[in-house]
Design a protein around this ligand. Sequence first.
Ligand code: HDE
Length: 718
Amino acid sequence: MAKAKPQPRAASRAALSSSYAETQGPGGETHQTAGATGAILTTAQGIPVADDQNSLRAGARGPALLEDFHLREKLFHFDHERIPERVVHARGYGAHGFFELTDSLSDVTRADVFHREGERTPAFVRFSTVAGSKGSADLARDVRGFAVKIYTKEGNWDLVGNNIPVFFIQDAIKFPDLIHSVKPEPDRGFPQAASAHTNFWDFISLTPESMHMIMWVMSDRAIPRSLRFMEGFGVHTFRFLDKKDRSTFVKFHWKPKLGLQSVVWNEAVKINGADPDFHRRDLWDAISTGNFPEWELGVQVFDQKFADRFVFDVLDPTKLIPEEELPVRIVGRLVLNRLVDNFFAETEQVAFCTQNVPPGIDFSNDPLLQGRNFSYLDTQIKRLGGPNFTHIPINAPKCPFAHFQQDGHMAMRNPVGRVNYEPNSWGQDGGPREHPVGTSSFAEDTGPKQRLRPDSFADHYSQARQFFISQTAGEQKHIADALVFELSKVERPDVRARVVSHLLNIDDGLAGAVCDGLGIEPPEPAKAARPTNRKLQPSDALSILKRPPGAFTGRKLGILLTDGADIALYDALVSATKRAGGAVEVIAPKISGAKLIDGTIVPAQQKIDGGPSVLYDAVVLLFSPEGADALKTDKAAQDFLSDAFAHCKFIGYTGPAAVLFDVTGLGDKFDDGCIELKSKRDAGAFLNTCRALRFWDREPGTKAKDAAAPPKKAKPKK
Ligand code: HDE
């Protein structure tokens, strides 16, 4: 029988107060921080705790006692640790930084944040996936949220955007249906974080307005290599208002300094197994090593005249304005330079609201944006439990604010004094007064009350086609492959065929490739409300691979290292990668590392089965003859190479590693992307080659000669 533990004596009050690490609370009260060293553990009420290991029981083996307030408080608080996850964009990752204006926009907007070049304004960004729940994997094929909160001197500006410049639907009233269709099917509760299922494609096949967005979501944009390597877009057309209330339209763009990069689908699937936190870890690593991710802010500003002559309605969120038609003016930069202190307090509790705009930025009549302006505030009340979510530090403005809102759940900032209303006649003591500096809205024309989709929103295929023809042959193939993959998970043949009927209005080659992949005959093209405009010119800005970054900066080299390997070559690779602005990770048969030829032990960051090549942008097999011999039968080493090869990565290797190519069936497949490293002198040239990021020629169907061959055309059946 276990013996009862003697109770430690309670510390004296004097000892307690001297050991507390005290900080000031909002009301001037003192409290200790959880991490304070030497502090005495207390309950949430501040009562010292003598025993945090054993609950209070009647006898050592007796029942627990209700009077154990410490036990009850601890369990009660634990039971309430979760708040509802976001209905969409549940999985996300945030960081702090600043926005710096580089080109004043005072000519077009009175928004203070756009007035003084060189001025920095604090910002918080939360990236996210849309469909999966909080615990889902980072590399689901999905849109990425790109939500930016800028704490301006005139209040918080929330630009709640995505990494894709258009959206699935034109009217907010369809949002619940879209999201229901993509989320796990309600009877079975799966699939998680995947659009590859019947309900999603059923909805899409009946919603032709989604076709442009579908092209983007099936493209490599939906599987970014890193959150640092993707663009962001405000999506909707907004308005600027100048000092005289004159208005222009504006579309917002975030452009990553490190360029765009995505992974390939087979790689994405494997990354999700190898490291479901791939994107958040990447952001964490970059910021914590001082490699601060950066984006330029660009604007497309245009007037009513441009809007009138533009071929589509600028209020239609399924359309973009090609950069070739209206250049993007770079006006600032966003730098993320600080990790959160606490994930829950900041990333989880941050509350973005599209309606948070400072004076000088206004809404357009985009029907999706109008609906969002209701939805976000409503969501925050549900998620954060009441109207006082602006009292949470991450959501509080950093400029002075004053109003008469009061009380409610968890009110942390409580007004003092007698006056809590206005107008009032208390003069100086009467509190804040309204001022013309506040937002005024641009007076838009309105019409009769009606439920009607305007005619100007009726073209659903032309820009889908424009996006498709703007891609390289390889990117086009990825879109076709993604459609075949997704539709092969759809259980109903009629739904598959209905999707293809829309593709026929976009591009015959695409429809043909998808029919081939599904093993079906082409159906009749879908009836289009407007015929596809085939005259729209390709826009290079829509392709990732037409504008490669041409640098290894921010990328990662994985060196698979064995005992006995050449130290000089290893050192040279590390220095060349550093010079290129990249990072190195060592993978070895044992986590303790590899003992190189001169006896130096290089510690590993990954044991071989925990560090598959999908986690790296380029790889090196740095083997000694004995090391190669030991690894040639290792399944993880074989996969390391065959995946790197299949994913078109540059592969550096030392002579002895050739045996791994043989055992993986690649012995006769050496190409220009496989580079033998004979000595340390080859390291620099190898890193230079890696600047191209992938050796796309290796991918079947994307070599220059294949690209020139027109894809098989689909002829609709009569
Ligand atoms: Fe959202 N969206 N959304 N959305 N959205 C939410 O707000 C909603 C739309 C976007 O990191 C929710 O706080 C409606 C377009 C991002 O916290 C919710 C409609 C775009 C985030 C909501 C849209 C977005 C959200 C869920 C159609 C790109 C994550 C939790 C009218 C321009 C923000 C929350 C974060 C989050 C509603 C469409 C982007 C439910 C009704 C279009 C980046 O309020």
